[in-house]
Design a protein around this ligand. Sequence first.
Ligand SMILES: [Zn+2]
Length: 98
Amino acid sequence: MTDIEMHIRNMNGLLDWSKKNFPDVITQTIDAGLDALRRLQVIDKPCMFCETFDFATAAVHTSIKGSCISLAGGFTRFSKEERFKYCPVCGRRIKYEN
Ligand SMILES: [Zn+2]
């Protein structure tokens, strides 16, 4: 179970409890928080490109002459600073291991 899944489970329990014990405004606030967590859950899931592409083989470079994307050949790997920060397909932040 991910952290987001755990928070959604807990918020669902809190929502049920608040419906019985609190005014509508509090229940609506909890429901809005739950909705935001569900959206975050969708964003947090990697797409097929994220899961399969080796982001160490691609880099972005910017200079006063312009910007470009470089692809590595052979065993070349780019530094973390040069690599994409977000997936170009789904926009999810790419997590690099230290
Ligand atoms: Zn992606």
